[in-house]
Write a protein that binds this ligand. Structure first.
Ligand SMILES: [Zn+2]
Length: 387
């Protein structure tokens, strides 16, 4: 019989649900059953969009009072890769040498399990705590992220379900539990540049227009000056060219066009719109009236956002320090996460397991680390509802 108040057992049970995006694999149903039995109101939500697979999600809430502390996460996992390379079957949840192995152990079934165990233990002790604890668990974080958290948040708004603060249990710690809370994330903007020339024979350059030197000028124009120097909680905005393509196999032909792609990870100085305008300005300046080019920016939902440090962040920090003895760094580093959607509805911070083996062969989480994370979440819930 599964004890859902035990984060390790629950992690193992969730790993045994083969929930590679977009498969639900039984993971959300298992959580819905557990939370339902503990007195949560549960809603399994299936969303569809043309051109993407249907995805199941779960929203659950205990209590109707305020404040409402929401835990967010995902039960979908990335594919296992070459299964033969795993030391244990990737959906076995086997424990070896004090570690739970399996796809999703750290990213992020372990985090989901720890938050559920913590909430159930807190509710056991304080059944009439007066506030609400919610769970927003998606099955579409590792995939297109279209029928997942975004739609659950829409559904919540349509149904009058608000929250006051959110903890997203993604793996945030680089080396040891307690290293890092993410209080925000950088935004991401991708752009493409095409420079047009005129193809021809290298021996007759006056009859041609080589687009390569023009592209070099544009690239330098974009990169010459830093976009900013960082802000209090963010590093400097960074632009990286990721490819530069001519595709010309011939050594005696001047090519017709050159293409380049770049990606910018940006801080809270910018919005995607202001950043696009700045890049276009730099391109225009570099191009003058001699370089013929076009620039196109991909639509992005990855804005830069941040939850201001304050009582909520301090309570989480205190719970971490009480358990680990480490004062966590408040960081905005790393890639994007579903926090970029959640932040539009309320303050969100991220804290979870150690991220070292996520998406890898032999992904695993320490048994002791899972238990400690559950205690940290429990401490955070205690502190949250104490005032
Ligand atoms: Zn994840």
């Amino acid at each position: 019989m599964l004890d859902a108040r035990d984060a390790v057992q629950l992690t193992q049970a969730l790993i045994r649900c083969p929930s590679v995006t977009p498969e639900e694999g039984g993971a959300l149903r298992l959580i819905a059953d557990i939370l339902g039995a503990a007195g949560f109101e549960t809603h399994l939500l299936r969303f569809s969009t043309d051109g993407t697979p249907d995805v199941d999600n779960l929203y659950a809430r205990f209590g109707r009072g305020n404040p409402h502390l929401l835990f967010a996460g995902h039960t979908d996992v990335v594919p296992v890769g070459d299964e033969a390379k795993w030391s244990v079957p990737p959906f076995s949840g086997e424990i070896r040498d004090g570690k739970v192995y399996g796809r999703g152990a750290t990213d992020m079934k372990g985090g989901v399990a720890a938050s559920i165990a913590a909430a159930l233990r807190f509710i056991d002790r304080h059944p009439n705590f007066g506030g609400s604890i919610g769970f927003l668990i998606t099955g579409d974080e590792e995939g297109p992220a279209i029928n997942g958290t975004v739609k659950v948040l829409d559904w919540m708004q349509d149904n009058g379900e608000t929250f006051d603060h959110c903890i997203l249990g993604e793996p945030t710690n680089p080396e040891q539990l307690g290293d890092m809370i993410k209080i925000g994330r950088r935004g991401s903007l991708t752009g493409h540049i095409v420079v047009q020339g005129k193809q021809g024979h290298v021996a007759y350059p006056h009859l041609t227009d080589n687009p390569i030197p023009g592209m070099m000028k544009l690239v330098q124009g974009v990169l010459a000056e830093p976009l900013d120097h960082g802000t209090v909680h963010f590093g400097a905005t960074n632009c990286e060219f990721t490819t530069l393509d001519v595709g010309n196999k011939a050594t005696n032909v001047i090519p017709n066009e050159v293409r380049a792609t770049f990606n910018i990870r940006f801080n809270d100085v910018w919005t995607p719109e202001t950043l696009e305008a700045e890049i276009r300005k730099r391109l225009d300046q570099a191009a003058g009236n001699s370089i013929r080019y076009e620039a196109r920016f991909e639509p992005t939902n990855a804005i830069a956002f941040m939850t201001q440090p304050g009582p909520f962040v301090e309570k989480m920090s205190a719970a971490i320090e009480a358990m680990t003895g480490i004062k966590p760094q408040l960081s905005t580093t790393g890639g994007t996460s579903d926090a970029r959607f959640i932040c539009k509805y309320g303050p969100v911070i991220e804290f979870g397991l150690i991220g070292k083996t996520m998406h890898q062969i032999d992904e695993h989480a320490d048994v002791a680390e899972l238990e400690a994370l559950a205690k940290i979440y429990e401490g955070a819930i205690e502190r949250y509802f104490a005032s």
